[in-house]
Design a protein around this ligand. Sequence first.
Ligand SMILES: O=C(CO)[C@@H](O)[C@H](O)COP(=O)(O)O
Length: 224
Amino acid sequence: MTDFRIAPSILAADFARLGEEVKNVIAAGADMIHFDVMDNHYVPNLSMGPMFCEAIRPYTTAPIDVHLMVKPVDRIIPDFAKAGANIITFHPEASEHIDRSLGLIKEHGCKAGLVFNPATPLHYLDYVLDKIDMILLMSVNPGYGGQSFIPGVLAKAKAARARIDTYTAQTGREIWLEIDGGVNTANIAEIAAAGIDTFVAGSAIFGKPDYKAVIDQMRAELAK
Ligand SMILES: O=C(CO)[C@@H](O)[C@H](O)COP(=O)(O)O
């Protein structure tokens, strides 16, 4: 039985009440907090830096999953680790030295992962799987919340799942497979069937008044 994780993206939360939003969404049954970092350079938007991460850290003991949409990558990694991040992922196209960036995340005591845009091939995993704890597949082009899910990513999810399962069978080491963008109660079951175990959802959760009702419905869909 797969362990499914739901990771609300606080990009869609009320920024004026961020700490409270974090606390409420975890109380509503979320497993971790997805934290989107946009730099108006690698992606066309600007969001939150390490100070925001530090500010929300006291509001939950759940993992904070930091998705870096920034270029360059390495300079900001130690700052997020110090600010309380538990998982840090980055886009391979944004790093000059992918292996070094993964190593840097680990050296700072965090779980590490790579993020794949809808058109980015999985071959970046080829020589670094042993340093990866989570693979994040973007199911929208990064930069904005509230976009529609790109169905072509389901084929990539199946390919990534096959690679993970082979690797886990050989090594006994688990790698989480996360998806991000356009996830909602209507499509979560189909996405899980493609092999995803960790679901980022922003507007689908924070866009509704009752976070628990949405998360419960997501879990009910996953249990079907
Ligand atoms: O990283 C991103 C967008 O770049 C995502 O985390 C979105 O914030 C997800 O938002 P929804 O599509 O669920 O509204």
